[in-house]
Design a protein around this ligand. Sequence first.
Ligand code: MN
Length: 310
Amino acid sequence: MDTPVEVCAAAATAGPVRELLPARAVPLGAGTIVRRLLPTLGRRMVGAWCFVDHYGPDEIIARPGMQVPPHPHIGLQTVSWILQGEVHHRDSLGSDVVIHPGELGLMTAGGGIAHSEVSPLPHGPVLHGAQLWVALPDAERAVVPAFDHHAGLPVLTAPGLRATVLLGDVDGAASPGAAFTPIVGVDVELTGPALLPLTPEFEHAVLTVSGTPEVDGGPLAPGSLGYLGSGRSSLRLSADAPARLLVLGGEPFAEQIVMWWNFVARSGEEVAAARERWQHGGFAAVPDSGPALNAPALPPARLVPRGRVR
Ligand code: MN
């Protein structure tokens, strides 16, 4: 991104743009600090992608690693994408799965689910990954909750790149992951100049997770998100040394949502009701996971629905 634009100037775009969204460091407790790329003040969503955290690579050989106690979700899907190490997912449906690099952990919260995510014991020396959320459209946001573990994702190879399709479809390589809006998520391992096919009707953003690739002619540093707008049928990429990036895109999300804590809803009242439900045992328990998280207090100001840009 050699032409960063002020985040506060971000607006809905009908064509290609280049806009740098810098990460915000967020402490998650237990000594873990993540880089939050979405939502930002100006740009809240890319397609239905509404939350992007990039964590690591962290040396955890003598540390507990990821320690996220049971907590609830509604109205969204979580995508656990591990680059190095492993994460043990347990949820209130009874799912009990260790997710490894290259495998998709896709949890559809729908009307409500609780889960925990921890580094297993023993665990590898390094933890590196991304935690992503996808907002569900109004008509399907209360679907029956589900957790799917897909170990065999399609891989697209082309000169200079190897792309694993997490969600959606790239050049006929379709992810088995359930999606509820037109969306795409791709992990691109880059070794040289390459061209990644895109869907022009989608808006896209790129998160560099390692190396310093050139994205559309400009460098994109690790841990940064470059917003690309829509109207692109391909994306020019290159790298002098191996680099890796996540390309996230989708049809611009037309609905306004309320995002608070772990909930995606349509009103402040709905958020408050989900919080009460969690605090009073209204979500099923997560087996073998220890004490659950307490919901924070609701903010004093009324939570109002917001669109994809502010
Ligand atoms: Mn979660």
